[in-house]
Design a protein around this ligand. Structure first.
Ligand code: GTP
Ligand code: MG
Length: 235
């Protein structure tokens, strides 16, 4: 069965606060350094190649791009931070815009922080976490580009990020889940889907559970001797 994240469509672009759609359905934002792989992660989760615009040029996503899932929930692709070659004033504008969005968006239920696994958490990532975690909302760290690491490097990178989170935010580390990820090789998709789907209330799990319960109920139903329980299967 297709996960509901796989039925995303472009909704709108906002370059300023007043261009954001009015708060409605639950929303998850994808944040991270410029070029970390935010837009690629959204595409991989949506199982589409060109839903969110990706680029080799850092600083490509300059606005908040919003995508709507069939269930109504929203995904927000945020402009990346930390790219030196952007003019100072523009950089300040994005940073203020993103910081304001994260601090005030009422419908934001959680944050997906996209981190290049080869570099780990940078100072700006920690600043972002430090601003967001006290709100009590959960964070999914997608440690991405794992395809560029060997399996032992992948384990080290994963543990390294977990350790930094535990040491820097001891009181809130339980709200942070680190998932090894690769948009290119589709690593970590199912784990990320389960977490994001749970936050947004669109997990497949309830549907699967209902199906399992239906099957179990049928199996338990008392058999009435001699009465057909429906069309016979061909032998
Ligand atoms: N090998 C590999 N490359 C990746 C992966 N994810 C993203 N990339 C590459 O990294 C570059 C940046 O990816 P984007 O998804 O555009 O990054 P972004 O975080 O949205 O960047 P900005 O919008 O500029 O902040 C592109 O060249 C992608 O192809 C991955 O999992 N593996
Ligand atoms: Mg982008």
């Amino acid at each position: 069965m297709k996960h509901p994240l796989q039925q995303a469509e472009f909704l709108t672009t906002a370059a300023r606060d007043d261009q954001l759609p009015p708060p409605g359905p639950p929303e998850v934002a994808f944040a991270g350094r410029s070029n970390a792989g935010k837009s690629s992660a959204i595409n991989a989760l949506a199982n589409q190649t060109r839903l969110a615009f990706t680029s080799k040029t850092p600083g490509r996503t300059q606005q908040i791009n919003l995508f709507r899932l069939r269930a109504g929930a929203l995904l927000a692709d945020l402009p990346g931070y930390g790219y030196a070659a952007v003019p100072q004033e523009l950089k300040r504008h994005w940073q203020e815009f993103v910081a304001h969005y994260l601090a005030t968006r009422q419908t934001l239920v959680g944050l997906a922080l996209v981190v290049d696994a080869r570099h780990g958490l940078a100072e700006l990532d920690l600043q972002l976490l430090g601003g967001f975690l006290p709100s009590g909302r959960p964070v999914l760290v997608l440690a991405t580009k794992m395809d560029k690491l060997t399996s032992s490097e992948q384990r080290l990178a994963h543990r390294g990020i977990e350790r930094v989170v535990a040491e820097t935010f001891p009181a809130q580390a339980a709200h942070v889940t680190v998932v090894p990820f690769s948009a290119k090789r589709h690593i970590g998709i199912a784990a990320a889907e389960t977490i994001l789907g749970g936050w947004l209330g669109i997990d497949n799990a309830p549907a699967e559970a209902r199906k399992a319960a239906r099957i179990a109920a049928k199996e338990k139903a008392p058999r009435t001797r001699g009465v057909s329980r429906g069309p016979k299967r061909p032998a």
